[in-house]
Write a protein that binds this ligand. Sequence first.
Ligand code: NAP
Length: 484
Amino acid sequence: MKEHLYIHGACYESSSGESFETINPANGKVIAHVDQASEHDVEKAIQSAEKGFKVWSSMTAVERGRILLKAVALLRERNNEIAALEVIDSGKPLQEANSVDIHSGADVIEYYAGLVPALQGTQQDLDSNTFYMSKREPLGVCVGIGAWNYPIQIACWKSAACLAAGNSMVFKPSEETPLSVIKLAEIYTEAGMPPGVFNVVQGDFRVGQLLTRHPRVAKVSFTGESSTGKKVMTDASGTLKEVTLELGGKSPLIIFEDADIDNAVSGALLANFYTQGEVCTNGTRVYVHSKIYDQFLKKAAIRSKKIKLGDPMNIDTQMGALISSKQLDKVMIYIDKARESGARLIVGGSRHNSKETENGFFVEPTIFADCKDDSEHVIDEIFGPVMSVLSFDNEDEVIRRANNTKFGLAAGVFTKNINRAHRVINQLEAGICWINSWGDSPAEMPVGGYKESGIGRENGPETLKSYTQIKSVFVRLDNIDSPY
Ligand code: NAP
């Protein structure tokens, strides 16, 4: 299979003569050869997006919303086909992709399609002869750069607010997962979106750099590692672009002694093993009150051992393969470091090896107990199925320890005491917080990080505004008082 770029409403062959392979992480087999975009191709995509912007931004918000809603219907209609593609490209289980990835992307497009006609400017009288008004105008050509863990969801989330507000977008998916975003581009075209409004350029970091440094790009919305986010911000500063950065995390999940323990175990398992642990908001530092510590570990171990790991295309499979052999090596190195730190291995700790998984990048769900705050596996983002459990004795202590990180993406509390839940959440330095839950991310709720986990937000009403700029217009009804 060959995969190309998508420019001006059609498939576009790269001029670089270079291509890269995308492989199925569950068996190591090549799925497709994908064009690497050249500088010339990136310029073509930007020019196309400029043309698309002119047409798209002159349409009314209701007209744009109508086209976005058609795309939503097509996404839902083709859910299973796109989910299967996402599974072979990313290694995640079909039962997740079928029910979450495309639906959660479509939900956000639907939300902004409905919200954008209500976006208004303001008017304020200053005195009897003067007033000003402010208009919200789109920014122009925006860039989206995606990570590999939720490829189509990220492309939907980034394009939804951007396009609803009247901008056009050039999107670069991760070279690990280049396939599903082409389906989104085709669906946008089929839904009636004018050519150039949503373009896809494929390739590695060189393509990302060309986009973030491009002088005619107004904004970059990036999802990826914090270290890459810093590079993107530096490159974008050369032309003073706006940036939204959705970055990594090492989020604390705090379980108090009065929590419903089975529910808290459910939360901790979701917060560590969903999508093989490759979720930015994962609650990988699990602080459990000393009174229920042993009980928690026992229950978590029993349930983790029952997790069905294997061929992700099998609908019963609950955990699939990590994205690449590089990611597998990284996760195994952190597991070794955890062992060396003196942490107690409760379950897992090995690469999964059966006839079904021997050629893929599978790691068993892994739990370490008695972890220390200053161990590397507790400090760094691992991005794999590795839960670190730590014991605590009181509220002030756990808040201080939970906040002792450069990250600030998510945090969660399990307790039946609602006063304590809010008291603790109010003191946690994180952009996304859950009480007695983990991972929920409805379209209405803004998501993004504090500290080195990001800048700006995705979803929710404010994000739509962040894809607009305010033009203030001052109006005088009488003559100017001139000294000349
Ligand atoms: P990554 O290595 O930072 O790459 C992200 C994207 O940036 C890829 O498309 C990558 O291209 C591109 N890129 C690399 N260097 C670049 C540069 N200098 N300039 C512009 N673009 C560049 O991250 P990843 O490994 O794909 O994803 C995992 C990370 O994403 C984790 O840290 C996770 O926490 C984070 N994440 C955060 C969120 C959130 O919402 N906060 C959501 C999902 C994931 P190539 O890889 O193709 O070269």
